[in-house]
Design a protein around this ligand. Structure first.
Ligand code: NFS
Ligand code: SF4
Length: 662
């Protein structure tokens, strides 16, 4: 007993997480003598982390290296080849962007191939769930729709998407140029950063940053920006085709946090990113409820983790168990019979931990195998059969559960999700049927709300889980900011019960409250309106970008003048670096709450935080302090509104067009 008390005292779990369910699991894990190791323990064990790496001044792009830069020390202030700190920092960042872009766009390619296979009759388990979206996307990319069957159109949309990956003519990616403002199009063309093909752009970025290539930091950063726009293109493709195949999200009510794992059921967590797998697992689970009952369970309970969890939550109302930092904790409940993973953000540690329990870890992608787990090669052909095999594995595992190891925290919160841009506009249209978006822009121009903030990104062990997301959300809501969220940021808010109408009463400032209540009265949405609008997974950040573009067009300005900011309080993944980079290129003040490896070069730091503003109108705000970050974001919104008012007044006074500069 005494020993347990001392062990419990060893770690103050509040330094690890803001989530009560996670805290309870961590507490339990500490009290059992550290039997289970988590990412938090390994983070601690990794301290101190290498100072060269933290600053981005370690170069290992050739095998003469690694070269570590010691500024101002003659001989060591350059790599062996003579590369300076600014070249090395810029190269490292550009390679993060290339990594992130390859992840998102590979996902986009996968769903485009699924759509193609479906249209060709090779993937009978998939169908066109939203033909209206199919038509809208076809129109958007310039495909004539008249007299074509849905299948024909699906094939053409899939081919148009795939062309954006491999086009060799010098024409711009269509899913980029047809989804942005004229102003952005001209800006990207002028800066020579418009990608013509996603794969080529990523490969060129890697080529540009190899040993003995580009040494010019600004040119390297521009290459990274071009790559981030390829990232955006792949993400937009992914979101559009998800909607076509699985349906455009509509408001839905569900629950989130580890308490959704129900010991009475066979529990399956789907973890990763691609709904091509997880949505079929949900269907398979529905079909196999009887088999679960036959082994004594009440049925099969599918829960989601990370972005595939967001995808299922948005469309099917599937429970969200946790975001990325909690993935090990879901296994530690002892009640998870299988974790089915696809791609991205899957910590290899889940395999080691599943050894301590009966949990079956199932990998499904030929690009993401974890030694020792069950592997099912999952393809769009024969998808349902494979998914059923996986569900049956979970049902069989249920019998091996050790009841003495089951501990599920009793924390689950209501969440109102499903806010695709279409769903949001549908609410606005109840106030202004002709111009729904004007409801939002008018509220900003009148000062009722200060602007829009997009919350994106991950959890990062460098900060207690969810603290950044939650505290900055509360601060912005209090300051009347309209918030949309994606990915693990939205997951954090969902788990904490902040994606609910009740949270509006508790945390919204007077202006935001008035605005949301006005919308609620007009639209009478079934589940009410939440404090922040869950727009989906990380690829769905393009939904937020579409919102920005609509606002810019409605306000008659380009994006850098729109009171719209982005924040990734707990950014972790290379994908987050890619998204942050295109958010800046799209003209947004973009806050990052965990220092990226950029401080080793004042020049590159200055490009990201200042020069970027002069060229693109967007810029990075690197600020780990949540209160300061929130203030910087509110200031950025207020500055933009003020400037817009001044420019409007001047234009009216002198009868001139609205100033286009920023
Ligand atoms: Ni986005 Fe989603 Fe989460 Fe970060 Fe990972 S799950 S794609 S990368 S960790 S938000
Ligand atoms: Fe060192 Fe230059 Fe090789 Fe980098 S590219 S590891 S700086 S020699």
């Amino acid at each position: 007993m005494d020993e347990q008390v001392t062990l419990k005292k060893k770690v103050d779990v509040s330094t690890r997480t803001a989530d009560p369910a996670s805290a309870e699991m961590l507490q339990q894990c500490t009290s059992c003598g550290g039997e289970y190791e988590t990412a938090w323990d390994r983070y601690q064990a990794q301290q101190p982390q290498c100072g060269f790496g933290i600053q981005g001044i370690c170069c290992r792009v050739c095998i003469q290296g690694p070269c570590r830069i010691v500024p101002k020390r003659p001989g060591q202030d350059r790599g062996i080849c003579g590369a300076t700190e600014y070249t090395i920092v810029a190269r490292n960042i550009a390679r993060y962007v290339a990594g992130g872009s390859s992840s998102h766009s590979d996902h986009g390619r996968h769903v485009a191939m699924t759509l193609l296979h479906m249209a060709e009759g090779k993937a009978p388990d998939y169908k066109i769930e939203d033909p209206a979206k199919l038509h809208r996307v076809a129109k958007m990319v310039g495909i004539p729709t008249d007299g074509k069957s849905d299948n024909q159109l699906a094939k053409e949309v899939a081919l148009a998407a795939l062309q954006d990956y491999g086009r060799w003519e010098p024409e711009a990616c269509t899913f980029l140029t047809n989804t942005i403002t004229e102003g952005r199009k001209a800006k990207f063309k002028h800066c020579n950063v418009t990608p013509t093909a996603i794969d080529q752009t990523i490969a060129q970025d890697l080529a540009q940053t190899t040993m003995g290539m580009d040494a010019d930091p600004v040119n390297i950063v521009f290459g990274a920006i071009k790559t981030s726009l390829a990232d955006y293109t792949g993400m937009h493709i992914a979101t559009d085709i998800h909607d076509i195949l699985f349906g455009t999200p509509k408001p839905v009510i569900s629950e989130a946090n580890l308490g959704v794992i129900d010991p009475d059921y066979v529990n399956i967590a789907t973890h990763g990113h691609n709904p091509t797998l997880s949505s079929i697992v949900v269907d398979a689970a529905r079909e196999l409820q009887g088999e679960a009952k036959a082994v004594g369970a009440k049925g099969v309970n599918v829960v989601g983790i990370c972005c595939t969890g967001n995808e299922l939550l948005m469309r099917e109302g599937v429970y969200l168990a946790t975001n990325t930092a909690g993935q090990e904790l879901a296994i530690m409940t002892g009640a998870l019979d299988a974790m089915i993973v696809d791609v991205q953000c899957i910590a290899p540690a889940v395999r080691t931990l599943s050894e301590c329990f009966h949990t079956r870890l199932i990998t499904t992608s030929e690009q993401a195998k974890i030694p020792g787990s069950h592997h099912f090669d999952f393809h769009s052909e024969g998808a349902m059969e494979k998914a059923k095999e996986m569900v049956r594995l979970a049902i069989a595992a249920y019998k091996h559960r050790d009841p003495s190891k089951v501990h599920v925290p009793n924390v689950r919160n209501k969440v109102v999700a499903g806010w695709s841009l279409e769903a949001l506009l549908d609410v606005f249209s109840k106030v202004n049927p002709e111009k729904p978006i004007k409801v939002l822009t008018d509220a900003i121009e009148s000062g009722e709300i200060k602007g829009v903030a997009l919350f994106a990104g991950c959890n990062n062990m460098k900060q207690p889980q969810d603290t950044g997301h939650l505290s900055i959300l509360k601060a912005l809501a209090k300051n009347d900011v309209f918030v949309v969220a994606t990915g693990c940021a939205a997951g954090a808010m969902a788990k904490a019960g902040l994606l609910t109408p009740a949270a509006v009463d508790a945390y919204a400032g007077e202006g935001l409250k008035k605005f949301l209540k006005r919308l609620e009265e007009a639209a009478k949405p079934k589940y009410g309106l939440p404090l922040a609008f869950h727009m989906g997974s990380c690829v769905d950040n393009t939904r937020a970008s579409d919102l920005l573009m609509m606002m810019a067009d409605e306000m008659g300005v380009d994006t850098p003048k729109v009171p719209f900011v982005a924040t990734a309080p707990e950014a972790m993944h290379e994908k987050a670096v890619a998204i942050g980079t295109w958010a800046v290129a799209m003209g947004l003040p973009t806050h990052v709450g965990v220092m990226p490896h950029i401080e080793g070069s004042q020049l590159v730091y200055g490009v990201a935080t200042q020069i970027a503003h002069d060229v693109y109108g967007g810029y990075f705000i690197f600020e780990p302090d949540h209160a300061k970050a929130a203030k910087a974001l509110v200031d950025a919104l207020e500055y933009r509104s003020w400037k817009l008012r001044v420019h409007r007044a001047t234009a009216e006074k002198y009868g001139t067009p609205l100033a286009a500069g920023y």
